[in-house]
Design a protein around this ligand. Structure first.
Ligand code: SF4
Length: 232
């Protein structure tokens, strides 16, 4: 790499979000450099902004990324391995996307998009997780998948039944996570990997604010309407 292709270690890339994991990152998981509580899943259909046209589009397939520090604000995407002096805490063992990324010339990183990614199932199988955990991921996905949520959200303004159904899914997501923690003794820090980010937080993507009521129930408040563009 020539001098003008040297990373300046400004930390800007690492603040835009941790890397998505690929099959070549599997040894990092097996060796314990990356642990499940360091990861966050963005599920298929989850809405992300396409910067090329400023539309909100559903993710075509799930991706597993290194998460932001636990407890950080929902709009803070900084990789949790970035230190306060802009160093990578796992530099020698950083994931493949981090090795490929050079911000002035992102061709190598762009070439990796959609290629050989690790998903939740492959990671759990790699780590010989118990079958009930794989079954839990599948059960949660079948009830809380984003394809169904997008459909419900598109009818909220005119159909009270759609609003009730959406509240039920958000409540199910919350209860499911609590059940897995209680019965399966799963750490809270692992939930964003197993089930993606809580729907209480992500329904804001549909222009909906989910609010807790004093009695424990949830109210959905329409704020803005998300600009959805379905992918072909
Ligand atoms: S793993 Fe290291 S290089 Fe990669 S985004 Fe995180 S801090 Fe940056």
């Amino acid at each position: 790499m020539s001098d003008n292709h040297q990373c300046r270690q400004c930390g800007t890339c690492c603040r835009k979000g941790g890397p998505a994991l690929h099959k070549e990152d599997a040894p990092l998981l097996v060796e314990g450099v990356l642990q499940l509580q360091d990861l966050c899943t963005f599920r298929a259909g989850e809405l992300v902004r396409d910067n090329s046209n400023d539309h909100v589009v559903p993710l075509p397939e799930e991706i597993v990324k290194i998460a932001a520090p636990f407890g950080s604000r929902p709009d803070d995407w900084t990789c949790r391995f970035l230190t306060s002096d802009n160093r990578c805490f796992i530099h020698e063992k950083r994931p493949a996307e981090c090795k490929a990324l050079f911000c002035d010339d992102p061709k190598a990183l762009l070439a990796m998009h959609g290629e050989d990614r690790l998903d939740r199932k492959s990671i759990l199988e790699l780590l010989h997780a118990p079958q009930w955990l794989l079954d839990s991921v599948e059960a949660h996905e079948s009830r809380c998948n984003y394809a169904a949520l997008i459909e419900l959200a598109s009818h909220l303004e005119e159909q009270e039944a759609a609003r009730r159904a959406l509240v039920e899914v958000v409540e199910y997501d919350r209860a499911f996570r609590e059940l897995v923690m209680e019965k399966g003794k799963v750490q809270k820090e692992m939930l964003d990997f197993l089930f993606g980010r809580p729907l209480m937080h992500t329904v804001i993507m549909f222009g909906i604010d989910a609010r807790h009521n004093a009695d424990g129930s949830i109210t959905l408040v329409q704020t803005t309407k998300a600009t959805l563009k379905r992918q072909a």
